[in-house]
Design a protein around this ligand. Structure first.
Ligand SMILES: [Zn+2]
Length: 293
């Protein structure tokens, strides 16, 4: 599943490719991809003719601002003004990804939504597992009223509000393993399995340690380890794992350099001890029993 660094990489790709993109036409190939209340009918009629503006990321959600020409040109002497036309929200979930085509090109069976500009260039959303979602948020409506998952998101790892004091308050008395806590999007937004395992290794903390038992200095370490690992991976354009490709079809390379993730049975890169792999709260978890305490 794409995590914060991959989603951030997709955001940058979309921002580059779709600067000045005007949606001339679009096609929804699978109804369930459109999650906003009006379904595909409203999504198509509202996005058609819209200009795509700035892209932002919140957790694993992508949000583009939309604009469109004023429908009634009240003053013929002026060019039509661009007005706020709400937001286009996207969540990639397990396998959703975007592809860019400069020319007409055949589609695969997993094509879910297609967008064209006047030049016939196409942005295509492809999703094998089909859990990916898109929304249209009308102007003047709070995004979390339509994209309800935004309501429960915790702070961004790079924000000032994500720090050891915050974690200490939230985890006080909690018995659930710190690994599971890190995957909880309401504690911190955007972290998934890879970066939870890698940041716990970097912070030298055992993944199954009850989260309420972490000391203040361990929590400080964890905050800085998580942001460090995420920052490195963003710099490398996301990680390497089966489904992630950026919008140009290029795969990142963090997977080749992971310390523990998907390295069960291999020697620890730091001490040589065999890396362990076990399921923890249903997610495969990797750690070094010597380096992590
Ligand atoms: Zn080790």
């Amino acid at each position: 599943m794409p995590e914060l660094p991959e989603v951030e990489t997709v955001r940058k790709g979309l921002a580059d490719r779709l600067a000045f993109f005007e949606i001339n036409n679009l096609e929804v190939c699978r109804e369930r991809t459109i999650a906003s209340p009006g379904g595909s009918q409203e999504f198509i009629s509202m996005l058609k003719g819209a200009h795509v503006g700035h892209w932002q990321r919140r957790g694993k959600y992508l949000l583009a601002s939309l604009h469109r020409k004023e429908l009634k040109d009240t003053n013929n002497n002026h060019k039509p003004k661009l007005i706020d036309w709400g937001l286009w929200g996207v969540h990639l979930r397990m396998t959703g990804h975007f592809q860019w085509y400069e020319k007409k090109s055949s589609t695969c069976a997993h094509t879910r939504v297609r967008f064209w500009n006047k030049r016939g260039e196409e942005l295509r959303f492809v999703d094998v597992r089909s859990f990916g979602q898109m929304w249209w948020v009308p102007p003047d409506v709070a995004p979390e009223n339509i994209i309800t998952g935004l309501k429960k998101l915790g702070p961004e790892p790079f924000s000032e509000s994500f720090n050891a004091i915050y974690l200490q308050e939230r985890l006080k008395g909690k018995k659930r393993p710190i690994k599971s806590a890190l995957l909880d999007q309401s504690l911190v937004a955007g972290t998934g399995n890879i970066y939870a395992d890698e940041s716990l290794f970097e912070a030298k903390i055992l993944p199954n340690k009850p989260s309420g038992e972490l000391s203040y200095s361990e929590l400080e370490n964890l905050c800085s380890s998580l942001t460090k690992i995420l920052q490195i991976s963003i710099g490398k354009g996301g990680t390497t794992f089966s489904d992630f490709r950026d919008i140009e079809g290029i795969n990142g390379n963090y997977g080749g350099q992971a310390f523990v993730y998907r390295r069960g049975g291999k020697p620890c890169r730091s001490c040589g001890t065999t890396i362990k792999r076990e399921s923890l709260s249903g997610r495969s978890t990797h750690w070094c029993p010597n380096c992590q305490h």
